[in-house]
Design a protein around this ligand. Structure first.
Ligand code: FES
Length: 575
């Protein structure tokens, strides 16, 4: 147990507590903002890193939630300081928020380092915001709590429940097949996103907030609370109260984010049928925390974890149903024997304490261990001569007949090529073909966009085909479904074998054996490699230039190489 921090040991004391010119200046500027000496003297400064923006509709409520957090901070004897950061609005930001995840992580880390923060509450939820904020806070290693945005309410159309993303892909396929009229399509546009909050399917947002909850970095169970539920602002103010105590206790992210805690997070992501994006993000986060996590461990944990959360896209329900069924804590209670329940969370207590008494109220939504929805987790890690450093597939969201499949490749050089030719009636494609997309990885796209759920050719949709094997170095939206092999590493842009696939090559997918094989001889592959001409990176300057020089491949989490690790960086000098 660490000794309690004294007021004069607070990091902010260097800014505000000394009898020198600079501290006088800092205090006088706090007076400028309307705060008295009594408001802040000797109190922990709590940064509230807020990713609110008009450009991020999932975070519409964050200005209110920041006030809820401040209320808690004041109540507990802290001094709140809200700091706006870059927002990563998944729907509006192009080419991909993934291009900017590391920029937000740097934004968070440097804000915490350069301002007088003693602890931090992170306000995030929409996809990349959660890993980015955690990566930054982990590197800064100040006491931290995430307040997750919470899932939005269920979508509704003519009495039918709609799920973010998942039902978009589903009904878009019907629209392309000519079976859904324009009026219905427009009504869905009005009814699918009914409140603030994150996608209410088990997409990347709900996967990451649930995983981070299991990791121990939210108040226990916070990730399941719908954004529009009054429990959400109550959770936010409780986080404000708790972070002040965490500062006095000196409880820091790296005390919580251990290898065992990451394994709990992975087990959770697998049991809830989580997004494949979680693999990239959790590996990157572990790299910042100094914890051991790689694709091999991911696959091993997935194989031993039953799939129990019946949430779209792999299941039938939505996050609101999950909350009413008992939420994450009830699901974790059902996984107790697979978790290290001695791991400590932001409360300073253990996961065992958090799940004590947690109850499942609806076995249809959270399945029992005796009758799980599937015997193993949702994600499989594949290897083979087409993906020497790995690839992934969310097999619970694919048609089962495709999990062992061999077929001829139909290759698209990039997304524009795909868009131009996929609906060409003359495209030589059948339901047995394997669609291959190149140049969609971390560097090739760039930013590894969610292009991995390649659209099916219209002529096959009209024949009733609804799933095919698709392979790319891209990611896939966590709300999407289909037999999509993703994150192929190394990517085609850097000369991974995916770059050398040609039309008609036979590709074999064998998920039970975890194999992805290009049935082309080594000699032929070497011949194709010798005649391959790499493309130049598109950025002569700017952030993209930095990104292109330093981003790692998907199997390493796509962090920047210079941000990985735990080497300490000194606090700024104050002169
Ligand atoms: Fe924000 Fe899905 S678009 S969470």
């Amino acid at each position: 147990m660490k000794p309690r921090t004294r007021p004069e040991d607070l990091r902010s004391h260097r800014w505000f507590g000394r009898d020198d010119l600079r501290s006088w200046g800092h205090r006088s500027r706090a007076r400028q903002a309307g705060f008295t000496r009594e408001d802040m003297s000797g109190k922990p400064v709590i940064a509230i890193l807020n990713t609110w923006s008009d450009a991020n509709p999932c975070h519409t409520h964050f200005r209110l939630r920041a006030e809820d957090i401040k209320r808690g901070v004041w109540q507990a004897g802290g001094f709140p300081m809200e700091i706006p950061l870059l927002t990563l609005g998944e729907t509006f930001m192009k080419p991909s928020t993934m291009l900017y995840r590391n920029l937000l992580a740097m934004d968070a880390e440097e804000a915490l380092r350069s301002y007088p923060a003693d602890g931090v509450v992170l306000l995030g939820g929409c996809d990349k915001t959660v890993p980015a904020l955690l990566m930054g806070a982990t590197s800064a290693n100040l006491p931290a709590i995430l307040v997750p945005a919470g899932p939005m309410l269920r979508g509704n159309w003519r009495g039918e429940t709609l799920g973010s993303g998942t039902d978009v892909w589903k009904y878009w396929a019907e629209r392309r097949a000519g079976t859904l009229d324009e009026c219905s399509w427009r009504e869905m546009e009005d009814g699918i996103a009914r409140s603030f909050g994150t996608c209410m399917t088990m997409g990347t947002a709900s996967t990451m907030t649930s995983a981070v909850d299991a990791l121990g970095m939210t108040l226990p169970g916070a990730s399941s609370i719908p954004a529009a539920d009054s429990a959400h602002p109550r959770m936010a103010s409780a986080a404000g109260r708790r972070i002040v105590e965490m500062v006095w206790e000196d409880l820091r992210p790296r005390d919580i984010m251990t290898t065992a805690a990451f394994e709990n997070a992975v087990t959770t992501a697998m049991a809830i049928g989580g997004s494949t994006n979680a693999i990239i993000h959790l590996i990157a986060m572990a790299g910042r925390a100094g914890a051991a996590l790689d694709l091999v461990r991911f696959d091993a944990l997935s194989r031993r974890t039953p799939f129990i959360a019946n949430i779209r896209p792999s299941g039938a329900f939505l996050m609101e149903d999950f909350y009413y069924a008992g939420g994450l804590l009830a699901a974790l209670a059902r996984l107790r024997d697979l978790l290290d329940t001695s791991c400590v969370n932001v409360t300073g207590r253990t996961m065992a304490d958090a799940i004590e008494g947690a109850t499942v109220f609806n076995d249809e939504v959270i399945a029992s261990r005796e009758q799980p929805l599937g015997p193993e987790g949702g994600v499989a890690v594949l290897r083979g001569n087409l993906a020497p450093d790995g690839a992934v597939i969310k097999h619970t969201a694919a048609e089962r007949r495709l999990l062992q499949h061999a077929g001829p490749a139909v290759v698209f050089r990039n997304y524009n090529d795909l868009a131009a030719r996929i609906d060409d009636p003359a495209l030589p494609v059948t339901a047995d073909s394997v669609l291959v997309l190149q140049d969609a990885g971390p560097l090739g796209a760039p930013g590894m966009p969610e292009w991995g759920m390649l659209p099916l050719p219209k002529k096959l949709l009209a024949q009733g085909v609804r799933d095919m094997v698709r392979i790319s170095d891209a990611r896939m939206s966590g709300t999407a479904y289909g037999a999509c092999v993703l994150h192929v590493a190394p990517e085609s842009f850097v000369g991974g074998p995916l770059a050398f696939v040609q039309d008609g090559d036979i590709i074999e997918l064998d998920v039970p054996a975890r194999r992805l094989t290009l049935r082309v001889s080594d000699d032929e592959l070497a011949r194709r490699r010798a005649s391959w001409k790499p493309r130049q990176v598109a950025y002569p300057r700017g952030y993209g230039h930095l990104y292109a020089r330093h981003v790692t491949q998907a199997n390493r989490g796509c962090d920047f190489d210079f941000l990985e690790g735990t080497a300490p960086i000194a606090d700024p000098e104050i002169h």
